[in-house]
Design a protein around this ligand. Structure first.
Ligand SMILES: C[S@@+](CC[C@H](N)C(=O)[O-])C[C@H]1O[C@@H](n2cnc3c(N)ncnc32)[C@H](O)[C@@H]1O
Length: 421
């Protein structure tokens, strides 16, 4: 009886599920694509910040705004140094000895409880409840020392109206010291996932009705009542307006360092088709590319982009982007079809890499060829599933990072800024 209760408890806790990165909030795409893209764009600013603090014999204080269950902590501690090479064991830009304190702030008690459960024992981490609708709450503005890094992640700022975002950024600018970094994270306006919403005028604040339908298995989505809530969609120009207004209000210069689009290829709503029936289901296959001992049908990665009339510049970007991704997938298929594991050579020459292809595509193709040649012959383990496919995922991620304009073409649009006083 006791045994039965113990097993039932384990089952209902969800921790007895099969370990896999194929589904769920922390799927492979979240960990190896989305978190990594954020951390790679953040790397230069965080490296500089850590170096400057070290020179001044000081350590970093970090404030995670809208921290939820505290996932941002792992995100920032996972950012690597500029060039870790292959030999180094410790590659973190911000090592634990350089962290003075991480403070996570959120409105939601349940999420804060979960954060406490995960990280409550960590001596340098603290979670506080607070409301950001009127700027930084008084317990931060008046009672906390300045932080070196103020950040939001995974669309937190989309919960707010523009005037509220202005107040928040203005308060951060007043509270922050010279050279602090600020990371502001919204949902993008022009992702292919919600092409049906592109027509909303860009001179008006637009909030989409966001459905978290992707947490349900596909065959249940129509049967359950999926909760929805409003989220602000943003372009880079709109963010710049908010930041300029906040800067004017606070009298502090807020200098943009970089903008980036996150999840152009694999946003979560690609697979639901809730806001664009033409989206291919890409997140599932990309999760599979990253998963060891699971082979992926590479044909399922091809995108047949359907343009939207009246949006020529955006259509042109997506044409170029998806055609480049398709070319890389097609090339990889041709490499695999021509490679002989027995002789460790290509039996006939692989397809050509054409000189007029975009540079990142050429580099990704050359790399895929070297990876197939380098490991295709390995007999133990599954070289294709464990090494070649994961590298195809990293190469597609590279295309997303290097071909993008950073203007709102992905599920997320993020701006990183420096405070100058
Ligand atoms: C999209 S989630 C991001 C959570 C987390 N940062 C992550 O990366 O998973 C947005 C978070 O903002 C919080 N939030 C929404 N409105 C808020 C408010 N007015 N004040 C403080 N937090 C708020 C939500 O509770 C939620 O945890």
């Amino acid at each position: 009886m006791a045994e039965k209760t113990a097993y039932s408890q384990a089952f209902h806790s969800g921790r007895y599920d099969k370990a896999s990165g194929l589904l769920g909030k922390y799927d492979n795409v979240r960990r190896f694509w989305e978190d990594q893209v954020t951390s790679i764009f953040l790397r230069p600013a965080l490296n500089d910040l850590v170096e400057n603090k070290r020179k001044r014999l000081e350590r970093l204080r970090v404030l995670d705004l809208g921290c939820g269950s505290g996932d941002g902590f792992d995100l920032i501690m996972g950012v690597t140094t500029k060039d870790p090479g292959i030999y180094e064991y410790i590659t973190a830009a911000l090592t634990d000895d350089m962290l003075k304190e991480y403070v996570g702030l959120d409105l939601n008690e349940d999420l804060l409880r979960q954060a406490e459960e995960y990280y409550g024992q960590a001596p340098k981490m603290r979670f506080v409840q607070g409301d950001l609708t009127h700027g930084l709450p008084p317990q931060i503005m008046q009672e906390e020392e300045p932080f070196d890094f103020y950040f939001t992640s995974y669309g937190t700022l989309s919960h707010f109206h523009d005037h509220q975002a202005v107040d928040l950024v203005a308060d951060i600018s007043k509270h922050a010291p010279h050279k602090a970094i600020v990371m502001l994270d919204w949902l993008g306006r022009y992702t292919y996932e919600w092409q049906n919403l592109w027509h909303h005028p860009v001179d008006q604040e637009y909030f989409m009705d966001y459905r978290i339908s992707y947490i349900y298995p596909e065959d249940q989505r129509d049967k359950v009542e999926v909760a929805s809530f409003p989220l602000r969609l943003m372009s880079r120009d709109e963010i710049m307006k908010i930041v300029a207004e906040a800067s004017r209000k606070s009298g502090v210069q807020v200098k943009p360092l970089v903008f980036f689009d996150r999840s152009i290829f694999i946003g979560r709503h690609m697979d639901t088709g809730d806001y664009n029936k033409n989206c291919p289901k890409l997140r599932g296959p990309v999760n599979s590319l990253f998963e060891s001992y699971v082979r992926t049908d590479l044909e399922s990665l091809f995108v047949n982009y359907v343009p939207r009339q009246g949006f020529a510049p955006i259509n042109n970007f997506f044409e170029m982007f998806f055609m480049s991704c398709n070319a890389l997938v097609e090339y990889t298929i041709s490499l695999l079809s021509k490679y002989s594991c027995d002789t460790a050579t290509f039996q006939s020459p692989p397809a050509q890499v054409l000189p007029y292809y975009p540079e990142p595509l050429k580099e990704a193709m050359h790399t895929m060829r070297r990876v197939v040649e380098g490991v295709g012959w390995v007999k133990f383990g599954d070289a294709r599933a464990n090494m070649i496919e994961s590298h195809l995922a990293y190469s597609l991620r590279k295309l997303e990072m290097e071909l993008q304009p950073g203007t709102g073409m992905g599920h997320g649009l993020v701006g990183i800024f420096e405070i100058n006083k």
